[in-house]
Ligand binder design. Structure first.
Ligand code: NAD
Length: 538
């Protein structure tokens, strides 16, 4: 802070305190008269932020205001977000950030993060060195290929890494100065953007194949040379690219993909908390997936790991998971299966009717990752209710219009017996005088805490076992009282406490598996706390 005085200090978002500068600071840094004499607390400043926000009707305008606040006073921004996460997270991340990305080319704002175009593939190290901080520990990277449910948004997708890293800080305590949002520009197939003079990215169709893979390889190499302690989190790459990139780098560097592994971990956390609260063993669950694509395999692989951690053999674990795709039930005699589908194809008769498959397999839980809105129809839910006292219904496809059923349908058709969680949010449902609060599998309970543990321990790799440990730690924090209200995940307003406990468990696991680069501390709770960013003017 010493190097900034007067106006330059007020213009520096990291050190600016606005009207909260103390009398001594005002004298020392030449601030007297530049700000009003009255000294305010951060709580008073938050009242002003709240009032400003209330004056905007549209979430997108609230988003723009909050991003301006971030660029003016970072401490006040994070203090505001952490004051009521349930209210603010939807404004700085999904769903509002989607609209912000769509409009990014038309909103002139201070740039935040790095834009690395494939045309610069021989210059990546220099671009990374242009970033003003050299100890970057966490980078969220996208190519804008599949942003939320909105498709290809090209480099306007930078809003996602920006937003996600804000959650690493506000929900997990990862210090913001160690984070870096990046978008890789490999063109776009979005015709509207290609014809828009204000689209700021490369005006060409997406570059794919070897040229794309070589660019990603050059990027990864440059990242670890310039920022040797960084963890790269891949975000919103199209499915096949996402899987290939993860498989290529997960055993070589510290990296993970939240769409695949974070989603799997939060879904698994839901099933663990249900089992715990129903006083049932996890190994007694049987899953039937509708959809056998990228999301299904991410979740199913994590469930296999959980079954194995709880004592089943690999073969037994696979036998608890069935899948159903566009051509029907995955059974061994099918000849159209991809290699990764084969372990989930079991002996049995072919079946192309999902409701009938439910009666044959008698799953305790159905998981919808098919992108087919309404696929869990009344017959499916009634059959689930016929074979289970409390059927577990997880329609995970996004956005809401693709959800395999609504919360209301699940509760109504199961006569209030369903245990429900979805990918997209649903409002509480009244059924026969009782209010049910639908669960939403929100990765925010996983990745910020995982990020904090990786940051604190300087972990060398991100393993599925670390994610499974995070799932178990999230599930442990759901209480019987939560469950009675229909909740299978903790309360979002409690996110920082939840994340701290999850981070402790994951950090323990990192030390035990020999993946930490720092010495094991005597007290893990104090260790994590000492590394956490707390927004405060102190
Ligand atoms: P994908 O295209 O890889 O897989 C879709 C699968 O659905 C395929 O196996 C396909 O055969 C199957 N399918 C299509 N039509 C079907 C039908 N009529 N009946 C049965 N199966 C059918 O897609 P993906 O990446 O696996 O994503 C699937 C869904 O999961 C998307 O809607 C996505 O939004 C959602 N998802 C949610 C989250 C989350 O956080 N909730 C995270 C990742 C993905």
């Amino acid at each position: 802070m010493e190097e900034f005085t007067g106006y330059s200090l007020l213009r520096n978002p990291r050190f600016n305190k606005g009207t909260a500068f103390t009398k001594e600071e005002r004298e020392k840094y030449g601030l007297i008269g530049i700000i009003p004499d009255k000294i305010e607390t951060i709580e008073t400043q938050i009242l002003r932020v709240d009032e400003q926000l209330e004056s905007y009707d549209k979430p997108i305008n609230k988003y723009t205001y909050l991003m301006q606040l971030l660029e003016t006073n970072e401490t006040l921004f994070f203090k505001t977000i952490t004051s009521e996460p349930a209210k603010f997270l939807p404004l700085i991340y999904t769903p509002t950030v989607g609209e912000a990305c769509q409009k990014l080319g038309h909103i002139s704002r201070r740039p935040r993060g790095l834009f690395i175009s494939i045309d610069q593939k021989n210059n990546i190290k220099n671009i990374l060195k242009n970033w003003p901080v050299n100890d970057i520990r966490f980078s969220v990277v996208t190519d804008g290929g599949r942003i939320l449910g909105l498709g290809d948004l090209g480099i306007n997708g930078i809003g996602i890494p920006i937003g996600k890293l804000l959650l690493y800080t506000s929900c997990g305590g990862v210090p913001p100065e160690h984070t870096l949002p990046i978008v890789l520009d490999v063109g776009t197939n979005n015709e509207e953007f290609l014809n828009d003079p204000l689209y700021p990215g490369l005006k060409c169709k997406r570059i794919r194949g070897k040229e794309f893979d070589d660019f990603v390889a050059a990027f990864v190499e440059a990242m670890y040379e310039v920022f040797p302690k960084v963890c790269i989190q891949w975000e919103d790459f199209p499915g096949v690219d996402a899987i290939r990139i993860l498989e290529t780098y997960r055993d070589k560097v510290c990296t993970f993909n939240d769409d695949i592994q974070g989603t799997a971990a939060i879904a698994t956390a839901g099933f663990i908390s249900i089992s715990r609260l129903m006083k049932k063993k996890f190994i007694d669950q049987r899953f039937l997936f509708m959809g056998a694509g990228a999301a299904a395999f991410g979740i199913a692989d994590m469930l296999v790991k959980k079954f194995q951690r709880d004592g089943l053999s690999a073969e037994e674990a696979y036998s608890h998971i069935w899948m159903f795709d566009v051509n029907g039930l995955l059974v061994s005699i099918r000849t159209d299966l991809a290699e990764h589908q084969i372990p989930f194809a079991h002996d049995g008769e072919p079946c192309t009717n999902f409701a009938e498959a439910v009666l044959k397999i008698k799953p305790t839980a159905i998981v919808g990752v098919s992108t087919v809105g309404g696929a869990f129809n009344q017959q499916v839910i009634e059959n689930m209710s016929a074979v289970n006292e409390r059927p577990i219904i997880f329609p995970y496809s996004n956005p809401t219009s693709h959800s395999e059923c609504t919360a209301e349908q699940a509760y109504t058709w199961s006569k209030g017996k369903a245990i429900f969680a979805s990918g997209s949010p649903f409002a509480p449902v009244e059924f026969e005088g009782k209010t049910f609060t639908p669960g939403q599998g929100n990765n925010v309970f996983i990745f910020p805490a995982l990020g904090m543990a990786i940051f604190a321990t300087e972990a060398k790799r991100v393993t599925d076992d670390m994610l499974l440990t995070a799932s178990e730690a999230v599930a442990e924090q759901v209480t019987q009282a939560d469950f009675e209200k229909g909740l299978i995940y903790p309360n979002v307003n409690d996110i920082l406490n939840v994340s701290m406990k999850v981070a402790e468990k994951v950090a323990e696991h990192i030390f035990e598996s020999g993946l930490a680069s720092v010495e094991r501390p005597g007290n893990m709770v104090d260790f994590i706390k000492s590394k956490m960013y707390i927004p405060s003017y102190e």
